[in-house]
Design a protein around this ligand. Sequence first.
Ligand SMILES: *[C@@H]1O[C@H](CO)[C@@H](O)[C@H](O)[C@H]1NC(C)=O
Ligand SMILES: *[C@@H]1O[C@H](CO)[C@@H](O)[C@H](O)[C@H]1NC(C)=O
Ligand SMILES: *[C@@H]1O[C@H](CO)[C@@H](O)[C@H](O)[C@H]1NC(C)=O
Ligand SMILES: *[C@@H]1O[C@H](CO)[C@@H](O)[C@H](O)[C@H]1NC(C)=O
Ligand SMILES: *[C@@H]1O[C@H](CO)[C@@H](O)[C@H](O)[C@H]1NC(C)=O
Ligand SMILES: *[C@@H]1O[C@H](CO)[C@@H](O)[C@H](O)[C@H]1NC(C)=O
Ligand SMILES: *[C@@H]1O[C@H](CO)[C@@H](O)[C@H](O)[C@H]1NC(C)=O
Ligand SMILES: *[C@@H]1O[C@H](CO)[C@@H](O)[C@H](O)[C@H]1NC(C)=O
Ligand SMILES: *[C@@H]1O[C@H](CO)[C@@H](O)[C@H](O)[C@H]1NC(C)=O
Ligand SMILES: *[C@@H]1O[C@H](CO)[C@@H](O)[C@H](O)[C@H]1NC(C)=O
Ligand SMILES: *[C@@H]1O[C@H](CO)[C@@H](O)[C@H](O)[C@H]1NC(C)=O
Ligand SMILES: [Fe+2]
Length: 615
Amino acid sequence: MKYLVLAAAILMWANGLKPATDYWFNFVLVNGTEVSPLGHFRLPPNAGANLDSLKYAFFSCSNWPTGYFNAYDQASKYDLDFWMHLGDYYYEYGISDGSKDVRWEAPPQGLQPSGDIQSLDDYRRRHALYRRDPGLQALSATAALIAIWDDHEFMNNVWSGGAQNQYPGEVEYWQRRSNALRAYTEWMPIRWNMTDTPALNVPANYAINRTFDFGNLATLFMLEDRVTKRTQAGQDSNEFDPTEITDPDVSAEPIVGSLAPSDWNSTVDAAMLQLQQQLNIKRTNKSDLMLGPNQIAWIQSETQRLLLYAVDKILMPNVIAMIVIVIQLQDYEGVLQSAMAPNDAVQQYWQEVYDNLTTTPAAGAPNHTYQTFATTPSSLSKYASIQNVTDSVLTSSRVDVALGRYNINNDFDSWQGYLWDRYYFLGNISKANNPTIYSGDSHDFWTGYLTLVNPEEYVTNGSNVPTSPIVATEFDGGSVSSDGGSSTDTWPLDYSNAAWMAANPNMVHVEQRYKGYVYVELTPTNQHVEQIYVSTIASMDYVGFCGVAFDVPARVNGSGEIVINPGKCGSVPGATTPYKSSGVLVTPTYTVSGVKPTSIQAGTAMPTDSFLTAA
Ligand SMILES: *[C@@H]1O[C@H](CO)[C@@H](O)[C@H](O)[C@H]1NC(C)=O
Ligand SMILES: *[C@@H]1O[C@H](CO)[C@@H](O)[C@H](O)[C@H]1NC(C)=O
Ligand SMILES: *[C@@H]1O[C@H](CO)[C@@H](O)[C@H](O)[C@H]1NC(C)=O
Ligand SMILES: *[C@@H]1O[C@H](CO)[C@@H](O)[C@H](O)[C@H]1NC(C)=O
Ligand SMILES: *[C@@H]1O[C@H](CO)[C@@H](O)[C@H](O)[C@H]1NC(C)=O
Ligand SMILES: *[C@@H]1O[C@H](CO)[C@@H](O)[C@H](O)[C@H]1NC(C)=O
Ligand SMILES: *[C@@H]1O[C@H](CO)[C@@H](O)[C@H](O)[C@H]1NC(C)=O
Ligand SMILES: *[C@@H]1O[C@H](CO)[C@@H](O)[C@H](O)[C@H]1NC(C)=O
Ligand SMILES: *[C@@H]1O[C@H](CO)[C@@H](O)[C@H](O)[C@H]1NC(C)=O
Ligand SMILES: *[C@@H]1O[C@H](CO)[C@@H](O)[C@H](O)[C@H]1NC(C)=O
Ligand SMILES: *[C@@H]1O[C@H](CO)[C@@H](O)[C@H](O)[C@H]1NC(C)=O
Ligand SMILES: [Fe+2]
């Protein structure tokens, strides 16, 4: 809080800054007694000016109690031009009694405030807590942040008129959302006039959607898809209209939960297809919006504007959205049938997992067992332990298999619940030169192509319509510390990765085992993308390493194929390479010794135009 006055001063001075210039700055307490560590940022050249390369990283989903922000610390070792946070910069939740995570404890490590945040003071204190993380501090001091919010900056699964995590007796939705916004504008570096607090009860068009030009090399668009136009998604049972349908998992359970897949007969078939149809009606409702027509028209005209001066230049407009698009559904049967050669050791292992998780042992036979998996420390007590396949595990595993077999998606908070808006969005960016979508939200790493498939076809064939054009590439993930694939932790994560790939032909790569971020090097001819993983978030002793890399060659004048090629990992500061490529059984490990994060050293390049200390 005490640096707030000078933070406001930056906004006023921002107009005087020069493009293509490095700046160093301190915050100084008004009475001069305390000086912050030195911070650095670099401004890009103006739109159209020559620029040969850009290095940046993007992050999402940083949950204080579930782990240390080692991903930020790792990224601070690069010389980044900027970094992005694509939402869930913090979480609104309070301490949940059931979980014991690494940072639940008393101050200064423990979660504050301890309950779900609601008041303006709550939101401010939560921001302040997160800023204590040494990794976040190191990265913040290294390069400028460009941020967009997701739901947890407000409350879980927020939309333009409500939220899932919004209950009677709490601070009322509009007041709470205004509190969240106000705190956000105070603490985050965005172009926003703090005194311009949104009026309550007025659905505002928040100007957080914005454009950043990086010379003639790239243009970055940040899109708002949470609180401006978004209609209610319906995913958790308390979000669906009760007259409509409940959670797909919940609805599928009475149909398949008590039967092994080998016993699914025509009755089951009919019931599952009916469920699929009901959900597809929901997904293809043209009134359901995520971005809405105004923002789609805006992004369309922005990309067209860029093409005007992109003539004869290789321009990479990067379109940013923060909600996963590629992700569709996972097919545990499909991967067994198609992904591996029969009798392959891995396939045999997965077959055994499948049998154990979906069939009841013969009378008198011992229980089937499974090995648990986890990606965050909260589940470490269960990690890598052998458990009996209980009735509830059997039920949920059968539901997982059925949703894959019957092509039923159960994530309606993502673009999967907004198929027409998705179709229009993709159609409207399809003329852009080299559109790339970066997203967060899912807590895992996804890489793939986005194709323009009419929603009516999409609900039956997914993205698997060979005649549909590829309009963009997408790189998502992972999370800084939020729980990801371990929510499906009855299935081994390598099997789960393969099941996603099997069901979604446009998916190029899936990784649910690691926490981390995505690092990008952009040049006029190539977009080089690396997934950087951290070995642990349970302590600050970690190793960062590049798990996989991709190259997207630039198209010229918007012609030629959009293609994602395998890339080579570059050297990562402090890295080792414990990662093995997919298909090989790897279990993540949390017992790694490694480098300790170092705090940023001030003064190595004290500039002449350090403007804040002069204040
Ligand atoms: C400066 O301000 C801080 C914060 O308000 C206060 O704790 C400190 O005592 C002040 N120091 C002096 C010398 O006034
Ligand atoms: C912020 O908005 C207020 C009220 O609209 C206005 O008086 C003030 O000049 C604005 N400040 C800046 C820095 O734009
Ligand atoms: C399918 O199986 C269920 C449960 O075993 C049974 O109740 C139903 O009669 C069967 N339907 C047909 C058409 O065989
Ligand atoms: C379609 O969506 C709108 C807006 O969310 C909603 O009001 C309407 O009831 C939905 N219609 C159907 C058939 O679900
Ligand atoms: C954000 O999108 C709206 C359309 O929804 C557009 O009118 C506005 O200009 C955009 N904001 C900025 C800062 O470009
Ligand atoms: C791109 O388009 C411009 C204008 O149509 C043309 O002059 C230029 O030769 C094209 N560049 C390439 C590499 O095709
Ligand atoms: C199977 O596991 C359950 C729960 O752990 C246990 O109660 C039951 O006795 C086990 N059955 C056999 C046959 O081992
Ligand atoms: C399947 O369950 C059996 C016990 O019925 C156990 O011995 C085996 O290890 C389990 N297989 C896997 C892959 O978990
Ligand atoms: C699994 O079931 C067996 C047999 O009933 C029991 O001895 C064992 O403790 C159970 N294991 C777990 C992890 O519950
Ligand atoms: C652009 O989006 C609008 C709705 O927002 C839609 O009517 C239009 O067909 C879209 N254009 C393309 C080319 O997909
Ligand atoms: C949908 O998938 C089916 C089966 O894979 C295929 O026969 C059909 O051609 C596909 N439809 C389209 C429009 O591609
Ligand atoms: Fe998240």
